[in-house]
Every structure is written in C-alpha cells, then in structure tokens.
Design a protein. Sequence first.
Length: 287
Amino acid sequence: MLTLQIVTIFAIPDVSALLMQTFTLGWVNQANVYFIPIYAQNLRQWSPVISGVLLFPIIAVQVIVSMIAGRWMSKSGQYGLTIRLGVAFLLIGSLLETQFGRETHPAYVIIVLLVIGIGVGAANQPMVIAMQAHTKKSERAVVTSSRNFFRFLGSACGVAMSAAILQSTLRTSLPAAYKHLADSPYALAGLSPRERDAIAPAYERAIRHVFIASAAASVLCSLGLLVWKDDGYESRPTENNDDIEHAPARGIEGEDEQSALIHNREPSAVSYGTVEAGEPDRLRRGG
C-alpha cells in the first residue's frame, strides 16, 4: 500500500516538480552553510568567528521569512506567491554569489546571503503545503515524508558534489608545489602568508565553481515553477469515498420499518388507512 502511494504521488506532475525543487533548495542551502566558512577562512583569511557570523544572515532570516510566509498563506489561502518569490530571491542571490572573490566587499557578501536566506525561508515550508494541496488526505503523510527525504538528499548531494568540484578544480589549478593541498583543502593553518597568496587564485577559482554549481541548481529550481499551478490549499483532491461520507442524509419519510432500522433511526409513523365520515370518534382520535 505504501509503495502504491509513493508511485501515485510521483505520477502527479505538480508533486514531482515540487520534489525536484525541494531537492535543489536543499542543495543550495546546505552548500552555502558548508562552503561559506571555507570561502571566508581559506580565501579571505577571516577568523572562524567572522565566518560563523556570516552564516547568521542566511540562517536567521529564514525563520522570520517562514513566519511571514505562513501568516500570508493563512490569510490568502494561496501558496504560489510565496514560493515564486522565494525561488526568485534564491536565483538572484545564487547568481550574485558567483561573483564572490578575494576583493569582494563584506557588505556585498552579507546582502547576497540575506537574499539567499529570504529565498530559502519563503519557499521551503510553503512547498510542503503545495504538495499536500495536490494530494489526497490519505497521502499527506507519504508526501510529507517524501519531501523531507528529498530535502536531505539534496543537502547531501549538494555538499558531496560541491566538495568534488572544489577538489577537482584545485587539482588542476594549484601550482605544482601545492598539488597535495587538493587532498585536504579545508585546513591551511600551516601555510605562511606568502604561500597563501600563491594558492589564493586557485582557491578563488574553486570556490567560484562551487557557487556556479549552486546557481545552476537554483536555475533548475526556477524551472519547476513552470510545471505546477496554485489552485489553493482547499482544492486538494478528494478520496473515492468522500462523496459518500459528505453526502447529505436522505429523509426517511415513507420508509418502511426495516429501512428505518438499517439507518438506526426510529421508524416513521405508519398510516393504517383513513377515517371515513360517520366512523366512531375513537378511530378519528387514533384510539
């Protein structure tokens, strides 16, 4: 039964598109959480405290935007606007992020991360509502679990693929004397300032390729907007027996005693004939 429900929800184009968007959303979000500190510490040579502070805009703003999005959906009954705005912010922020380099102004970095955080916050939870709106009530648990699975799968794939891109780029870009750093690209504490300057161009190129991959994932996420449509949360498909469950109760006037018992109701009054003129009053009174 569970397998059948999973196959059923994947057969719905709207749900499949939303699951793909969830995957790419997890990719972009987790890649930023993991590689922004690497950008800050290895390329910009900022302290671990500053690299941690840089994550504050992209994470904290998600909570605020998610609450605003939830409030909007409660009032409007629509989810499409928040998801579309979120994906738009995600796409813009990811494209701007590809310009991060050694000389990028810190204010620019913070603004771009805020834009990405707004995008993730506006699109993340509303996608759950959108999937539930396109599935039956009995499929709600399955589609919610599938959404969580694709979110975490996207996060894992995003980190793994980004790490592979980083190491591959370093292997082809580092000077010959520093090729070994490609096998351990996350710890450069033992290098002198001169050595850091020598490997900085390779690291800048590698980090940029990671951000380009995230931008490509956000482009794929935006393409999903062309597949599904917003008919409102209350437009959820009904179960096969919904019509029976919600059908108005039929009156039992005129039903016989057996039919009344089947419906667990008192049998209706039964007429035994009419009283003709001239018959005793006790018959007229029913006694």
